[in-house]
Ligand binder design. Structure first.
Ligand SMILES: [Zn+2]
Length: 336
């Protein structure tokens, strides 16, 4: 069997003809296998969804219990057979519940990694390299200029700024699934024990992370109704990036705008967003991690789904690994 007979790119997503399922389809399909809960990978309206318990919970929180006709939990490391195709989920280290999906048949194994990061993250299970013939990777940060610093050092810079600006509210933009909880957990790990204020859009997912044993400390709603404007002086306030343009952000005293994203490596992006304190904290692999992962797995072939595909494909070819870009549409850059 050729690899593209087992898994092939279709406009709606990666498709497995013998198994009759799609992985992370961007349109409603009969049978979907979902790597993680970010909105560009997990969509509502599928006939049947197979995903980790956490991803299914997250989809239910975001889309309602009836987001799919039926659902099935995939336990990490457990092999399921779908019409003669072996399917197994492995941790991806991206956000809570995130998984790579290994698909095998007749001695051929392909791993669709979804979004992943190999570095430790206190809010989710660690990425696990899986032996395979074809490794499918994204390349969001697939250029040598993208080298993410240690997240703990970025948190130290945030706390340094909070200490140096006791009269200002630090408004930290962080995506509501994964990044926000990771930033909060990293603040706690750094010894910050003050209440942290959160925008209403983050509440349900923060509650869910707590319910899964990820302690986030005292979280308070970041609403003026709960106190006077002065109450936020010196406070850390987290909100989704989309909230920073509206009047929510203007209610805080002399706000200092910060944003936690891998894109903060790019000064121009930080400037465009009016970010005073860029924090380079990413839930994706950086260039060194992409290339180290491919080196460690040593697959016969690499397929690159989206992102800076050409640079990673060229790197693979220069290092003796066949590679091809899939040019998949519908997946975003560290957004949701
Ligand atoms: Zn993602």
């Amino acid at each position: 069997m050729r690899p593209d007979e087992l898994l092939c790119p279709r406009p709606e997503g990666l498709y497995c003809p013998p198994g009759g399922f799609h992985i992370d389809p961007v349109r409603p399909v009969e049978r979907a296998l979902i790597t993680h809960g970010h909105a560009d990978h997990a969509r509502a309206g599928h006939g049947h969804v197979l995903a980790t318990a956490e991803t299914l919970d997250i989809m239910a929180i975001r889309y309602g219990e009836d987001h799919a006709g039926s659902t099935q939990v995939a336990a990490l490391g457990e092999t399921l057979i779908i019409d003669g195709v072996a399917v197994r989920f492995h941790p991806a280290g991206h956000v809570l519940g995130s998984a790579q999906i290994a698909v095998g048949r007749g001695g051929l194994r392909i791993v669709a990694s979804g979004d992943y990061k190999p570095r430790p993250d206190p809010t989710c299970a660690s990425f696990e390299p899986v032996d395979c013939d074809v490794f499918i990777t994204e390349a969001t940060f697939g250029l040598p200029v993208f080298r993410h610093p240690d997240a703990g050092d970025e948190i130290s810079r945030l706390l340094g700024s909070v200490g140096a600006n006791p009269d200002r509210a630090h408004l930290v933009g962080a995506y509501s699934l994964g990044k926000a909880q990771r930033v909060i957990r990293l603040l706690r790990d750094a010894g910050y024990d003050q209440p942290i204020y959160i925008h209403g859009a983050l509440k349900r997912l923060c509650d869910y992370y707590e319910s899964q044993g990820i302690a986030l400390g005292e979280l308070r709603p970041a609403t003026v109704e709960t106190g006077g404007k002065g109450d936020f002086a010196g406070a850390v306030v987290l909100g989704p990036p989309s909230a920073f343009g509206d009047k929510w952000a203007r209610r805080f005293p002399d706000p200092l705008i910060s944003f936690a994203s891998g894109w903060m490596m790019v000064r121009q992006r930080a400037r465009q967003r009016g970010v005073e304190l860029p924090l380079v904290i990413s839930d994706h692999a950086d260039w060194d991690e992409l290339t180290a992962t491919i080196t460690a797995i040593a697959p016969e072939e690499v397929w690159v789904t989206h992102g800076r595909e050409e640079a990673l494909v060229r790197w693979c070819e220069m290092n003796g690994t066949r590679a091809r870009p899939l040019h998949m549409v519908g997946y975003e850059d560290e957004a949701e």
